[in-house]
Design a protein around this ligand. Structure first.
Ligand SMILES: C[S@@+](CC[C@H](N)C(=O)[O-])C[C@H]1O[C@@H](n2cnc3c(N)ncnc32)[C@H](O)[C@@H]1O
Length: 234
């Protein structure tokens, strides 16, 4: 991969400066990006009273849709990019001012308290940036309500990516969700061009979920899956 392409790819992991603005513009206008965000909001089935959390909200497209649906709940989000915080807050200005949307600057690895338990949590094309996805997901699970749902969506965007890469991404995300203690883990594919987006789902069991002994002893399949997206090195 060329230096410029590498630099641009890293911008999607933490948009900043001029290149970050270009990355943000791509996220806002690219039909596949809008579509996978809306499909993800759709799949978690947000109800009016739900409290919702988005991990890595970028320019805030999904936040806007989630806030429209969670009309009597709260929509919170965290992103490590100051540029994305500024843009997402601007996009959702009315709901932010009304106190219905709470967007924070920070890393998902150090999730702050938002003062609510979340019924729905989602992340779109963010999973591949996490150094330790299991630790991140355990932290998130600790702030979710019993019966809450999480969705992790990933559409491989590297050159030449295929639906096999999407399936590999689904396996990696499912494995991470299971190891983090989520129940009823499964995945679905959003049929899209140029390749399908994988969406892995999990739920918080009513009683605290503990993995069976045999499962705990198994080596993690997460680390062995090479994600079809350059990422963690940025
Ligand atoms: C590829 S963008 C996707 C943005 C948005 N979800 C979308 O689909 O339009 C990834 C976003 O996740 C954020 N991000 C990546 N890793 C993060 C981390 N560890 N903690 C907080 N934010 C993170 C980046 O700053 C960036 O805004």
């Amino acid at each position: 991969m060329s230096g410029i392409r590498d630099a641009m790819v890293c911008q999607f992991g933490k948009p900043r400066g001029l290149l970050g603005r270009i990355a943000s513009l791509i996220m806002q206008v690219r039909p596949s990006n809008r579509k996978r965000n809306l499909r993800t909001v759709d799949v978690v089935d947000i109800r009016p009273e739900d409290n919702v959390l988005e991990l890595g909200f970028g320019p805030g497209i999904a936040v806007a849709e989630a806030a429209r649906r969670a009309s009597a709940g709260k929509v919170c989000g965290i992103d490590r990019s100051e540029l994305m915080l500024e843009q997402a807050r601007r996009r959702n200005r009315k709901a932010v001012d009304a106190g219905r949307v709470d967007l924070r600057l920070g890393a998902v690895e150090r999730l702050p308290e938002f003062g609510v338990h979340f019924d729905k949590v989602f992340a779109v094309n963010v999973f591949m940036f996490w150094e330790d996805p299991i630790a991140v997901l355990r932290g998130v699970r600790g702030q979710m309500s019993a019966g809450g749902t999480i969705a992790l969506t990933l559409q491989p965007r590297s050159k030449g990516a295929t639906n096999d890469d999407s399936r590999a991404a689904a396996s990696a995300m499912e494995a991470a969700l299971r190891e983090a203690g989520f129940a009823n883990v499964r995945s679905t594919m959003f049929e899209m061009a140029p390749v399908s987006a994988a969406c892995a789902l999990g739920e918080v069991a009513a009683a605290p979920a503990t993995a069976p002994r045999a499962l705990q002893a198994m080596p993690s399949p997460v680390a062995s899956v090479v994600l079809p997206f350059p990422s963690r090195s940025c």
